[in-house]
Design a protein around this ligand. Structure first.
Ligand code: HEM
Ligand code: HEM
Length: 244
């Protein structure tokens, strides 16, 4: 167990010395909300032929985000590093046991059970996007199309478990975990906080994502996914010119 970040919960997780400390750096938060947005977008566009390019673009974005997350899981800040939250079955069992006894271990970063869902989501993203890519490029037969849709369904199930887990954990620890994933802060001892929010890395990540979207938009033939939007935006531009 990572003793530096785990302790029996005193329900509020607060003591005289605790205050709001920085736990999640900005790259983690930007990564997280981009993943959630892209997942929702890819899901909503999955069935549409005309939005295929948008679907594929959101999928590739998720794959790139996971590649970044793997690097950040090795080089990143304390609670972002896999070594601080990926634990074996014993730690997961101990955490679940502590929850069942009504005295859940308190972890400043991810708890061992939540970490399981997180690792599953990162791995499933690679399976879904890998099979999607092979399918899109006609690399294998019908079975890959089925694998892609099936893996996406499994991923949706894990996302639902993940969100329920976050809500239950927030309630058990009387802690707003969603707010922490937005603002980056949780109650804790000052010495447990991370020092830098790494804004510059987050700006580079956002620039890479927006740049990739822009390139996809430029390459889109009209009438294909983004192309539908391009046709609409070109029409508005032409209408503006006519009025001048
Ligand atoms: C690199 C990323 C991705 C690529 C290239 C890609 C490509 C494709 C393609 C070509 C299809 C159509 C298959 C067909 O002919 O029926 C498809 C369907 C589908 N995709 Fe993706 N995809 C990607 C990412 C994702 C992600 C991240 C999700 C999860 C949210 C997802 C969920 C689905 C689902 C559920 C379908 C089946 C839709 C149906 O029932 O017709 N895809 N994808
Ligand atoms: C509205 C929907 C969602 C909410 C409210 C939410 C909330 C959260 C919260 C609060 C955490 C931090 C958990 C902790 O404190 O241990 C977290 C972590 C995480 N979530 Fe979500 N989540 C959502 C959707 C998603 C989706 C759709 C995905 C994947 C496609 C996802 C993937 C992850 C990952 C990978 C982490 C770990 C963050 C990291 O360390 O990089 N989440 N989520």
């Amino acid at each position: 167990m990572n003793m530096a970040s785990a302790s029996p919960d005193n329900k509020s997780g607060q003591s005289a010395e605790t205050r709001k400390i920085l736990v999640w750096d900005i790259p983690i938060r930007v990564f997280h909300w981009l993943m959630a947005g892209c997942f929702a977008g890819a899901w909503l566009t999955a069935e549409s032929e005309s939005l295929r390019l948008l679907h594929v673009t959101l999928g590739y974005t998720m794959c790139g985000l996971v590649a970044f997350r793997i690097v950040w899981g090795i080089l990143g800040t304390r609670y972002a590093r896999f070594s601080t939250f990926v634990r074996g079955p014993k730690a997961v069992a101990r955490y679940v046991g502590s929850m069942l006894r009504g005295q859940p271990e308190h972890h400043i970063g991810h708890n061992p059970a939540g970490a399981l869902a997180i690792v599953a989501l990162l791995g499933l993203t690679l399976v879904v996007t890998g099979s999607g890519w092979a399918n899109y490029n006609d690399i294998a037969g019908k079975w890959l199309e089925k694998t892609h849709a099936a893996a996406a369904n499994v991923m949706l199930a894990v996302v639902i478990v993940h969100i329920l887990g976050v809500l239950v954990s927030s309630w058990l620890h009387a802690e707003n975990l969603v707010g922490a994933m937005i603002k980056g802060r949780k109650p804790g001892r000052p010495e447990d906080g991370i020092r830098s929010a790494w804004r510059s890395v987050a700006v580079l990540m956002l620039a890479a994502v927006v740049g990739f979207w822009w390139l996809q938009w430029q390459d889109a033939p009209t009438g294909d996914g983004f192309g539908d939007f391009q046709t609409i935006s070109m029409k508005f531009r032409d209408d503006d010119r006519d009025e001048d």
